[in-house]
Design a binder for this molecule. Structure first.
Ligand SMILES: [Fe+2]
Ligand SMILES: [Fe+2]
Length: 266
């Protein structure tokens, strides 16, 4: 069972790379299930629209995860309630629409649970990530409730994401961080069999500041007159992780980071 997880898709350049390249990647890498983080996919580089979710699904994506920018587009609060393949962080306030995890059947008949959680350090206020994960694990387990569990840990700091990886070790198939937009070089299988990478990186233009126009971003840091951040328009890299998961145990046999095209090369 081969799972592809792609990091935050940023703006139109990221979306068109997914549209053009993903079908080829899925064939070449023999992928059974695909997850992308879509929190920056809208034209402005924040949030996601219904059309973009539909476009992702039509080119082979199975589940779209998100993060702190999930509500930046007004329409999302409505359509998320009717789209089980788009999830938001589980530890957001319970009054928010949408779900924090979803269970979807893969093309090869496996029940894949995808869970989205947000870190607590340097992030918007949300419930304690570890308590919420602990509650989830006391009610759900690998091979009983699903064949695979993939967790998108959307967070700013490496230590918190790494602790989440070890906390989930043996209980999740794959734990991948998102949000920093920079891929880490630490793809590995943890002691009890969970595949892990601290951050997946982004699907966006790396000739930028985390996917946003670099000149404008520098002006903002210099406190010179500038515009709101907007996505960089150069060619997009596609960054993520590929994990091979055992159908018998739901744990990982192999994991590797994945970087394709654009200005960031492995
Ligand atoms: Fe992001
Ligand atoms: Fe984020």
């Amino acid at each position: 069972m081969r799972i592809l997880f792609l990091g935050d898709v940023v703006g139109p350049t990221g979306c068109s790379a997914i549209k053009q390249e993903l079908p080829k990647i899925l064939r070449k890498e023999n992928i059974d299930f695909t997850i992308v983080n879509g929190e920056n996919a809208a034209d402005e580089g924040v949030g996601i629209t219904q059309n973009i979710v539909d476009e992702f699904l039509s080119c082979g994506v199975d589940v779209v995860t998100s993060g702190n920018h999930i509500w930046n587009q007004k329409e999302t609060q409505e359509f998320i309630t009717t789209q089980p393949r788009l999830i938001r962080p589980l530890n957001m306030n319970k009054s928010m629409p949408g779900k924090g995890f979803t269970i979807i059947k893969s093309k090869n008949g496996m029940k894949v649970c995808v869970l989205n959680i947000m870190g607590n350090v340097f992030m918007k206020k949300c419930d304690d990530m570890f308590i919420v994960l602990d509650n989830f694990l006391s009610n759900n387990s690998l091979k009983n409730d699903y064949d695979c569990l993939v967790v998108d840990v959307h967070g700013e700091i490496t230590s918190e994401k790494m602790a989440a990886g070890h906390f989930l070790d043996g209980k999740a198939s794959l734990v991948v961080g998102t949000h920093t937009h920079v891929p880490t070089n630490d793809a590995r299988i943890l002691n009890k069999g969970t595949a892990y990478q601290t951050d997946a990186g982004m699907c966006g233009d790396y000739n930028s500041v985390i996917g946003m126009d670099k000149e404008n971003s520098i002006k903002r840091f210099l406190k010179q007159s500038s515009e709101k951040h907007f996505p960089s328009k150069g060619k997009s890299s596609i960054c993520g992780v590929i994990a091979e998961i055992s159908k018998e145990t739901g744990l990982a046999n192999k994991v590797k980071s994945f970087i394709h095209g654009g200005s960031l090369r492995a």
